[in-house]
Design a binder for this molecule. Structure first.
Ligand code: ATP
Length: 365
């Protein structure tokens, strides 16, 4: 396993800048995710790491080795694609041993490694089948075995679970996580599915229009998004516009709902700046009685309620017209009906202040 360093990597296709000066450090043994909406440049970046595309600018390093100009076959990466990309005319065993045969590994060693790789993905019993006799999930497990059998320094995965149904996707998440734990190889995984990235990654980079806009652990990115784009892309968020009043200890924001307080404020925001108070739906709660001193309090009218079993989702029109989403966990009884006037509270610790436009977004970087 190796670390992977990207240094100001850029790739254009005619007038489109698919990847724009991306710098990243993926640590040895890390399970790192590239997350972003369709067309943001994730696949192009992964392909530059694999060596399928040569960047116009910047460098790709595996450990201390600069691999920018090396072809894919000498980088020792294993690749897993969304569409499995198995050879239909070869058996499962032949598919998996292909990379070893290309490396002139001798027969007995090859058999040993293929058996081990198929065992790791629980496909040993299917070695003599052809890919068209397998389900999608089984084909993807063979594709994984094929990537792992060469004992790669880095495993690269491009939306590997997108073609599977929801239940199988969850099962395969677990299996891939267990494999990563077992072999410890550096893995880089591309997805547009934020839940997959939250559930599986050690760290992730969120991309927008060819740029990396934020890097962090799932918890960092969910709880402390640095921009509206990241806040919106990872999960649901309520955004209340306002103006920053104080930049001392504890922060006040003048909004259409009154003065709201936040505990933290990112560097770069100053008194008088336009800001968005970002609050996750689970950060809001119904206020009954006097509430907790120090909490923010807002009022509104219930617009709609959706019962989902483990949670109940409320859409509430606040007095400034903002439609706020709120979730109640373990909703044994429904707390309010559409049309009810309600008061909500949220702690200043749950408020993330974001620049109201520009900063932190791809076009401003
Ligand atoms: P998706 O999740 O839809 O696969 P992505 O984030 O992986 O999207 P890329 O496939 O990397 O995005 O594409 C980034 C940009 O580069 C897009 O605007 C795309 O149209 C463009 N692009 C990608 N490959 C090519 C190509 N071979 N020729 C021309 N333009 C390309």
């Amino acid at each position: 396993m190796v670390s992977v360093t990207l240094d100001q990597v850029t790739k254009r296709f005619d007038s489109v800048i698919a990847v724009d000066r991306v710098s990243l450090e993926v640590e040895e043994g890390e399970f790192f995710f590239l997350l972003g909406p369709s067309g943001c440049g994730k696949t192009t970046l992964l392909r530059m790491i694999a060596g399928f595309y040569r960047p116009e600018g910047g460098h790709v390093r595996f450990g201390d080795r600069d691999v920018t100009d090396l072809p894919p076959n000498v980088r020792n990466t294993g690749m897993v694609f969304q569409n499995y990309a198995l050879w239909p005319h070869m058996t499962v065993r032949k598919n998996v041993e292909y990379g070893l045969a290309m490396r002139n590994v001798e027969r007995s060693e090859m058999d040993r490694r293929v058996d081990r790789a198929l065992g790791m993905v629980q496909m040993g019993a299917y070695a003599d089948r052809s890919p068209n006799q397998l389900s999608g999930g089984q084909q993807q497990r063979v594709a994984l075995a094929r990537a792992l059998v060469i004992e790669p320094d880095v495993v690269l995965m491009d939306e590997p679970l997108s073609n599977l149904d929801a239940r199988l996707r969850l099962e395969m998440r677990e299996q891939i996580l267990a494999l990563h734990k077992e072999i410890g190889t550096t893995m880089i995984y591309v997805t547009h599915d934020q839940k997959e990235a939250l559930a599986m990654s050690n760290r992730m980079a969120v991309m927008d229009s060819g740029r990396v806009v934020q890097v962090g652990t799932p918890r960092d990115l969910y709880q402390r998004p640095a921009s509206r784009f990241v806040a919106d892309f990872i999960g649901e968020i309520n955004l209340i516009p306002g103006k920053l009043l104080d930049a001392g200890s504890g922060y006040s924001v003048e909004t259409g709902l009154g003065t709201l307080r936040a505990e933290e404020c990112p560097a770069g925001l100053a008194k008088g700046d336009g800001v968005l108070c970002a609050i996750r739906p689970e950060g809001l709660a119904f206020l009954e009685g006097e509430g907790t001193p120090g909490d923010n309090t807002v009022t509104g009218k219930v617009h709609s309620v959706i019962y989902l079993g483990e949670v109940e989702q409320y859409l509430i029109e606040l007095v400034d017209g903002t439609m706020a989403k709120m979730v109640e966990h373990d909703p044994v009884t429904q707390r309010a009906q559409p049309g009810d006037d309600v008061r909500l509270r949220f702690s200043p610790t749950r408020v993330v202040l974001l620049p109201s436009r520009g900063e932190g977004d791809a076009e401003a970087l």
